[in-house]
Design a protein around this ligand. Structure first.
Ligand code: 13P
Length: 341
């Protein structure tokens, strides 16, 4: 099989109607924060048990086509001793890996951020692939302010994403390109649209410069939303229209799948917004789906509480959100479906 065939096969397995991606790639500090919300210690065993709970949840393969894992998870096992990536692969779910090393300030810039992790990436990907990973994820983060992100910040972040994506494709790993324009702040939806449009333009120029094959990548963006401290809330239909206006202007039709992040939205909002895009705007050139972390896991953590006797209920909570988001991918979700388990 050529590298192109390998990338194409992975894309076809991941970009399926009615399915999306589970982001379960929280770094150690992030999982510790999530566990703290339910009073559970983020010990290695608790993290393993929690990821095993997610990956063995009955029925999720009907709605989940890929799972993004954190590095440590690749070497962990389910309760029966099977390696977690293998648990996923056996169920027809593609295992993936977050490969960036987190963000920090961009040097000599006041407010822009930049993500680290390019050094040694090719060698790390070779190891991750041996452990079963077939796709990767890299996230760049953009804060909105009156004067930022700056043109420099947008260009530097785009360059990082494109270099990462090129290294992945060279190794036969499908890159998920994740630009996250943060929801934090009191900016308007129009300002979010303006920033998201500039960010996407920068990224697709850089991907082109670095010879990244658009057919063999997945975009994981934010939706276009008002800031969380903005006075006016937007309806799902408005969010869908504003988001797709930006995407039609900036994302080439060759990109097979756009899988949104949930970015701090409630589980119900994340599902309703995705549904509105698919129900109100049929005929987009890309599959529009989800790659949610918090919006898929929030109810699971609440049901689990770190207790073995709650595992089945927690798995049911995951199945429910996966099913509702699967329906939203098809534009078939209705708020009334929230009342049934
Ligand atoms: P959220 O859906 O919680 O934003 O997480 C998605 C993700 O993978 C962020 O990198």
């Amino acid at each position: 099989m050529t590298i192109a065939d390998e990338l194409q096969a992975t894309i076809e397995q991941m970009a399926q109607r009615g399915k999306g991606i589970l982001a379960a790639d929280e770094s150690q500090p992030t999982i510790a924060k999530r566990f703290a919300s339910i009073g559970v210690e983020a010990s290695a065993e608790n993290c393993r048990a929690y990821r095993a709970l997610l990956f063995t949840a009955p029925g999720i393969e009907d709605y989940i086509s890929g799972v993004i894992e954190f590095e440590d998870t690749l070497a962990q096992t389910a309760d029966d001793g099977t390696l977690l990536p293998k648990v996923l692969a056996r169920r027809g779910i593609v295992p993936g890996i977050k490969v960036d090393k987190g963000k920090g300030p961009l040097a000599l810039s006041t407010c822009d951020l930049i993500t680290y992790g390019l050094d040694g990436l090719a060698e790390r990907l070779i190891e991750y692939k041996k452990q079963g990973a077939r796709f990767a994820k890299w996230r760049e983060v953009y804060k909105i302010g009156e004067h930022f992100p700056t043109a420099l910040g947008i260009a530097a972040n785009a360059e990082m994403l494109a270099r990462y994506a090129a290294v992945c494709q060279e190794q036969g790993i499908v890159p998920i390109v994740e630009p996250e324009v943060l929801i934090d702040g009191d900016h308007s939806m129009a300002r979010c649209a303006e920033v998201t449009e500039a960010v996407h333009k920068g990224i697709f120029h850089a991907l082109h410069r670095h010879h990244v094959v658009l057919e063999h990548m997945i975009l994981k963006p934010n939706m276009v939303l008002p800031g969380k401290d903005h006075l006016v809330r937007a309806r799902s239909e408005e969010i869908a229209a504003a988001t797709l206006r930006v995407f039609r202007r900036t994302v080439p039709a060759a990109v097979p799948s756009i899988n949104f992040l949930s970015g701090g939205l409630s589980p119900e909002e994340a599902t309703a917004n995705l549904n509105a895009m698919n129900a109100d705007c049929p005929g987009t050139p890309w599959l529009l789906s989800f790659s949610y972390g918090r919006a898929l896991q929030q109810t699971v953590l609440q049901a689990w509480q770190g207790k073995a006797e709650n595992v089945a209920a927690a798995q049911q909570a995951l199945l429910k959100r996966a099913r509702l988001n699967g329906a939203a991918q098809r534009g078939e979700y209705q708020a009334a479906m929230e009342s049934f388990n």
